[in-house]
Design a protein around this ligand. Sequence first.
Ligand SMILES: Nc1nc2c(c(=O)[nH]1)N[C@H]1C(S)=C(S)[C@@H](COP(=O)(O)O)O[C@H]1N2
Ligand SMILES: [Mo]
Length: 426
Amino acid sequence: MGEIPSADRLNRRRFLGAAGLAGAGAIMSARGTIAADAAKPDPLITEIQDWNRYLGDGVDTKPYGMPSKFEKNVIRRDVSWLTASPQSSVNFTPLHELDGIITPSGLCFERHHAGVAEINPADHRLMINGMVDRPLVFTMEDIKRMPRVNKIYFLECAANSGMEWRGAQLNGCQFTHGMVHNVMYTGVTLRTVLNEAGIKPNAKWLMLEGADAAGMNRSLPLDKALDDCMLAFAMNGEALRPEQGYPLRAVIPGWEGNLWVKWLRRIEVGDQPWQTREETSKYTDLLADGMARKHTFIMDAKSVVTNPSPQAPLKYKGRNVLSGIAWSGRGTVTRVDVSMDGGRNWQTARIDGPVLDKSMTRFYVDFDWNGQELMIQSRAMDSSGYVQPSKEALRKVRGVNSIYHNNGIQTWLVRSSGETENVEVG
Ligand SMILES: Nc1nc2c(c(=O)[nH]1)N[C@H]1C(S)=C(S)[C@@H](COP(=O)(O)O)O[C@H]1N2
Ligand SMILES: [Mo]
C-alpha cells in the first residue's frame, strides 16, 4: 500500500476500524493498523454475526432499562480501608467512564453516615418550626403541589480529594475526585416553603435535619436559603434515588455536600448556628497553627482530567481526546487550561456542552500523542476571577492537617507505555 494521506487514513479506519479496536491494549500507530487490516480480512465485516442472525429481546423483557452488559465496569467503587463500616462510608463516581455534564443517577457517588433510609413517601413529613409565624408540617403531596423549578447543580463532598493532602495516594480519578456528581433537580425553592411558614424578623439561621438513623443535621445561613436553595424530590427526571435522599433532599448549590441533607424531615428556624457535630468536630479545617476554619461552606473552583487517568490509560499513538470536568461553587467555569508538561506550558481547553451556574462543565483537548511521557494537569477559572491553585500554593496557606476543601491542581503522569499514574510535581 502506498503513502496514505491523513484524511484518507481516517476514512479507511472508519471502514476497517473494528480490527483496530480488537487490538486495543497494545499501542500501535495508525499506519500499522491499516497494514494489518489490509493483509487479513476482518471476520467482523465478512461474517454474519449472532446479533445480525437472531432476534433480540422483546419490549416485554426490561420494564426498567439497564446499561449494556458490556458496560459492567462502569460502577461506583468504594475503598474498603477508608471507613470502618459500609453504613458510614462513601463510594465514588466512575468519572473516567462518563462524558458530558450529567451524572447518571445510578452512578452518583453515595455518602451516608447511617446507611440508606428506606422511607415510604406516604409516611414522610417535613416539619418547619422555631422562629416562624406558623409552624407547619408538609406531606410529599403538599410539596408537589407548590410551584416547581428545574436546576442542574454539582454536589461535591468537602472531603473529595481529602486523602491527597499529604501527597499523591489513590490511583484513579474515581478515587481522588469521585465524590462529586451533577444532576438535574426538580423541586420547590426553599424560599417558597419558608414563606408559607413566615420567617420572624430576627431569624438568621436554619437547621436542616435528616430522617435517617444518623439524624444528620447542619446549620444553614438564612441568606443562602432564600437565595438559591431547593427542596428536591426528583433528579434527572425521576424520583430521587433512595441513596440520594428519597423522597426529599436539600439542594444547597455550590456549597459542601454535607449541607445537602437527605431524607429531609425538619427545618428549624433560629438566630444562630446550632454547632452540630458536622460543623464542629467534622467539616472544619485544621490549620498548621492548630486553629480551625469553620463554616467553610463554598466549594472553590476545581477541575480534573478524567481521560487519560490511571483507570483510563492512553492506548493509541496519534489522535487522542483528552477530556475532563470543571466546576465552581462561586458561579460558572469561564476557562480551563491544560498542561501536558507538569505546568510549564498551558493551552486553553475547548469547553463543550452547557456552561451553567454551579454546575459541572465539560472540557476537551484534541491532541496527537507521539508516545512521549506526559505530565497532565488542568486548571479551572471561574466567573468570580478565581483560579484553581496548585497543591503547593494550597498547602502554604492551609498546611497539611486538613481533610476538606482540597481543590489543588491534579497531575497525571502518562508513561510512554500509556500507563497513567497519580503523581505530584514539586
Ligand atoms: N440525612 C443525611 N444527609 C446527608 C448525609 C447523611 O449521612 N445523612 N451525608 C451528607 C454528605 S457528607 C454528603 S457529601 C452528601 C452526599 O450526597 P449523595 O449521597 O447524594 O452523594 O449528602 C449529605 N447529606
Ligand atoms: Mo460529605
